[in-house]
Design a protein. Structure first.
Length: 308
């Protein structure tokens, strides 16, 4: 789930390149989601969370070897720790939910994260959100209700887990924005994975099942796809405006719908498509208003905040 506006201070002048990076991220995240669903039939999602972080850390090690431990120096360790805790909850809920529900429905509901991030921006970042963005937020949540249709159909518990995961992801977005005021983006990504790896091992031990070689290969692919997807999003926002690249993130829904149909024989129903359209429209409008706000009130740039 992308951040609505880039915390990167670099000039954004390449919308085509940004679009390509964002499309690459959708491919990585869609593949990761499908592999989690496949593997969850034999390995508990909490164990998959641990291996996703472990192999994600392996993917990021070349960056650390290139730049050294000095890049990780920080005076904001408590905020990093809070972000890691929130990220662990979000990831654990997301992996658990997609193991138990229609993948298209899960992805559609996950697009509510920008709505939660907007609400969080008011209380955490002190941002002023005016009437039009609040209307967009309410419309986005209405789209979620169209998908869930409470009172007309039974709401699967996994759908509520997705919404809670989106809430945690929205909170994580706000924490990333706080960190990005002083920290380098890649350092934020690496430190989160570095913290999550040992912490995510604790719940994994309660459901542990030693994977065989084939399962290890799948787990490594999940970790690589998750980390590469986040790097692609970082690159996209570093070279293009959020409003130019955000629409391409929503390609995750049709990609996931096709893959779920081909591999898992799951079909995306009309209500999910309608609700997703409302959520996507709301998210795009929120991104537009946020970009407009930053143009009128540009944040103080941090020369160390650029992606490397």
């Amino acid at each position: 789930m992308p951040i609505l506006s880039s915390p990167v201070a670099a000039a954004r002048t390449d919308p085509l390149g940004g679009a390509l990076w964002m499309l690459a991220s959708t491919v990585f995240f869609t593949a990761m989601t499908a592999m989690i669903r496949y593997l969850s039939g034999s390995i508990d999602p909490l164990e998959i969370v641990f291996f996703r972080n472990l192999f994600g850390l392996v993917v990021l090690l070349p960056w650390l070897l290139r730049h050294g431990l000095g890049k990780l120096a920080t005076q904001r360790l408590p905020l990093y720790s809070l972000r890691a805790l929130v990220g662990l909850i979000a990831m654990s809920c997301w992996f658990t939910a997609i193991a138990r529900m229609n993948l298209g429905d899960a992805v559609a509901l996950s697009f509510t994260a920008p709505m939660f991030a907007t609400v969080g921006a008011v209380f955490i970042l002190g941002e002023i959100v005016r009437v039009r963005r609040w209307v967009a937020v309410l419309a986005g949540f209405a789209g979620a209700m169209v998908i869930l249709r409470p009172g007309f159909t039974e709401i699967p518990p996994a759908a509520l887990i997705v919404l809670f995961s989106s809430l945690m992801m929205g909170l994580s977005v706000c924490l990333v924005k706080l960190l990005a005021r002083t920290e380098e983006v890649m350092a934020i990504v690496f430190t989160m994975v570095l913290m999550l790896t040992p912490v995510s091992l604790i719940p994994a031990l309660f459901v542990w099942q030693t994977p065989d070689l084939a399962q290890i290969a799948w787990l490594a692919a999940i970790g690589a796809c998750g980390t590469l997807g986040h790097i692609c999003i970082t690159r996209a926002f570093s070279i293009a405006e959020a409003t130019a690249v955000l629409p391409y993130d929503f390609m995750r829904l049709p990609l996931m719908a096709v893959l779920a149909w081909l591999v898992f024989d799951q079909v995306l129903d009309g209500w999910t498509g309608l609700g997703a359209a409302i959520i996507i429209g709301s998210s795009l409008y929120i991104a537009h208003r946020e970009a407009f706000h930053h143009q009128r009130h540009p944040p103080v740039s941090n020369p160390q905040g650029a992606a490397d």
